[in-house]
Design a protein around this ligand. Structure first.
Ligand code: NAD
Length: 397
């Protein structure tokens, strides 16, 4: 079939196999060009490994450190006449590239919140790797079914306490409007914490640890976000921020549990970037398109792969010790949060309208990056050619 993007609001419902492979290939090339890193973990489990920060967290250990990687994600395989999800094609491309390099790479597709997937991962580690040296936790999900109670929680993206009115952009149509979001109920706050907080991360580490598959000195890292006060009402002080506070508190608890065995648990505060998860948050895409414009002008813009390469090169490997803020977190958002960058974004923010959006922000860059997430808009891919939507996962035999 000939595959074209079908954008529906903040999601694209098609994905391009060759385009996703090219996108993964670009990230691998970036890592290769940067050169190998020393002291990298050799057996890495990445939970949420198919897109965004998790995919980059699989590519960097593999291609800068020669690591064996086990990836966990929740993606749709392709069928006759229907494309797979982008994360499926990304993972097929990643596995092929890793195998070509002689690296172990297997993927488990299913609900990471479930006991069953945790069991499958533990079995696979025991059979193939013995233990893992690092566990990267990079899930972003709108819902979670609790493995013990069976209850399904939905996360919401709402302010807490007061309603919040701010500018937002429909990134597909380029319309800038005001949006008012009513505050979350206590239940919605609790449910968002249940989905995006630290409970599942802790369940993973406990399960891996009890099964004896965490190597001595194992490292675990999860990702969080803070951002500027322009987005605080919807992000850091909102429902998702509560979940991130819970995740950060979990890191402290996990650090205590892992320390006797020489292990570490850390949170890295990453930069705001276009991913499937961030495009669903109100207000944030407008901030990101302004941030991109300003950071590109300053020559400090980074994508997921640049961020995660810097995470390992500057904090976790290569002879580096993690540089932590006062709350014990790694700050990969340091360039985003520089006062001169935030000052410029804050100056643009009140001026933006539908009419001047293209001039004041990098909405064009936002849109092409959004399309690249689904394998579109990549150089060297013939989008008029027939593609086979069915791409078997090499490790699934
Ligand atoms: P993403 O949407 O690109 O990736 C989410 C991953 O989670 C995918 O691999 C997906 O398959 C997997 N996943 C979702 N539900 C799952 C389930 N039930 N079982 C198994 N896998 C499942 O998201 P992202 O933006 O890369 O986010 C990853 C982490 O980084 C999140 O914690 C997010 O808050 C954090 N973060 C993101 C940004 C940003 O701007 N995008 C900034 C800072 C921190």
């Amino acid at each position: 079939m000939i595959i074209k993007p079908k954008v529906r609001g903040f999601i694209c419902v098609t994905a391009h196999p060759e385009g996703c492979a090219a996108h993964v290939g670009q990230q691998i090339e970036f890592v290769r060009a940067k050169g190998p890193l020393s002291g990298m973990p050799k057996r890495v489990l990445v939970i949420g490994s198919s897109t965004g920060y998790g995919l980059a967290s699989r590519i960097v250990p593999a291609f800068a450190g020669g690591a064996a990687t086990l990836g966990v994600f929740f993606e749709k395989a392709g069928e006759e006449g229907r494309t797979a999800s982008a994360g499926w094609y990304n993972s097929v491309a990643f596995e092929k590239a890793a195998h070509a390099e002689g690296l172990y790479a297997k993927s488990i597709n299913g609900d990471a919140f479930s006991d069953e997937i945790k069991r499958q991962v533990i079995e696979t580690i025991k059979a193939d790797l013995g233990q893992v040296d690092a566990v990267i936790y990079s899930l972003a999900s709108p819902r979670r079914t609790h493995p013990k109670s069976g209850e399904t929680f939905k996360s919401t993206l709402k302010p807490i306490g007061d309603s919040f009115t701010a500018k937002t952009v429909d990134t597909d149509k380029g319309l800038v409007t005001d949006i008012t979001i009513n505050p979350a109920s206590e239940q919605e706050v609790a449910d968002t914490v249940a989905v995006m907080g630290g409970e599942d991360w802790e369940m993973w580490i406990d399960a891996l640890s009890e099964a004896g598959v965490l190597a001595p000195g194992a490292l675990t890292v999860a990702y969080s976000y803070i951002g500027p006060d322009l987005t605080w009402a919807i992000y850091r002080n909102g429902t998702i921020g509560r979940a991130k506070e819970d995740l950060e508190a979990t890191a402290k608890r996990l650090a205590g549990k892992l320390a006797p065995n020489g292990g570490r648990a850390l949170v890295s505060i990453n930069k705001a970037l276009v991913t499937q998860a961030s495009s669903a948050i109100p207000v944030v895409p407008l901030y990101i398109s302004m941030l991109y414009k300003v950071m590109k002008a300053h020559g400090t813009h980074e994508g997921c792969i640049e961020q995660i390469e810097r995470l390992f090169a500057g904090h976790l490997a290569n002879g580096a010790t993690p540089q932590l803020d006062e709350a014990g977190r790694i700050r990969l958002d340091d360039l985003e949060m520089r006062p001169e960058i935030q000052k410029e974004v804050a100056e643009i923010w009140p001026q933006a309208t539908t009419e001047n959006l293209a001039a004041l922000s990098d909405i064009a860059g936002y849109r092409s990056e959004f399309l690249r997430l689904f394998g579109f808009s990549l150089p060297g891919v013939n989008y008029e050619a027939e593609s086979d939507p069915i791409a078997p996962m090499p490790s699934h035999g």
